[in-house]
Design a protein around this ligand. Structure first.
Ligand SMILES: [Fe+2]
Length: 182
């Protein structure tokens, strides 16, 4: 399974959305595999981490994010469940769970319900170590701004998450203690 082939079913390779997505996903995939090799090289599925990291944001074309050249009508928060739907249709349910569970530091069921917005009534927090690593590393790189994306500092990440809730920040700092910096 070649992640780029799946991405290319949904994106014009000449589009800005494609280059932002592939640059970002490649950064996350490389860093996530490096981190996994440091943490537990024999116990973690490195091939899965690489593939799922390449595909984690595949759903963005369906959301409304003009800055990312994405012109769908859905809220950005829904790109995770959209990605799951796309990868379920490819018969890749485990990769799909990475899409669904990587948004922010994951979305607990009660939060999904209180937000509404078309989020499903289920827990969408990363469960496996592979899922957690991809979600964690993703926080260090932003698709916005430059063609190559922007590497974010820990301070910036923590500031952003704290604005969303102290519990979000705590999840991130716990991963940072557990995994170290990517
Ligand atoms: Fe991402």
């Amino acid at each position: 399974m070649e992640p780029l082939q799946i991405i290319q079913k949904h994106y014009d390779t000449q589009s800005k959305a494609y280059s932002l997505l592939v640059n970002h996903s490649t950064w996350v995939a490389e860093k996530a595999v490096e981190l996994a090799k440091r943490i537990d090289p024999s116990g973690l599925d490195l091939e899965f981490i690489h593939q799922a990291a390449m595909l984690h944001d595949i759903g963005i074309f369906r959301v409304n994010a003009p800055g990312l050249d994405c012109h769908g009508d859905l809220h950005y928060l829904l790109h995770g469940i959209q990605g799951r739907e796309i990868l379920d249709a490819e018969n890749m349910p485990l990769h799909g769970l990475v899409c669904e569970r990587h948004v922010g530091v994951g979305i607990p069921r009660r939060e999904a319900n209180s937000l509404g917005m078309g989020l499903p009534d289920r827990d969408m927090r990363p469960q496996s170590t592979e899922e957690k690593i991809i979600c964690y590393v993703d926080k260090f790189h932003s698709k916005n701004g430059h063609a190559q994306g922007v590497v974010k500092s820990v301070e910036d990440i923590i500031q952003g998450l704290t604005a969303l809730g102290l519990d979000k920040c705590q999840v991130f700092t716990q991963w940072m203690e557990e995994f170290g910096l990517p």
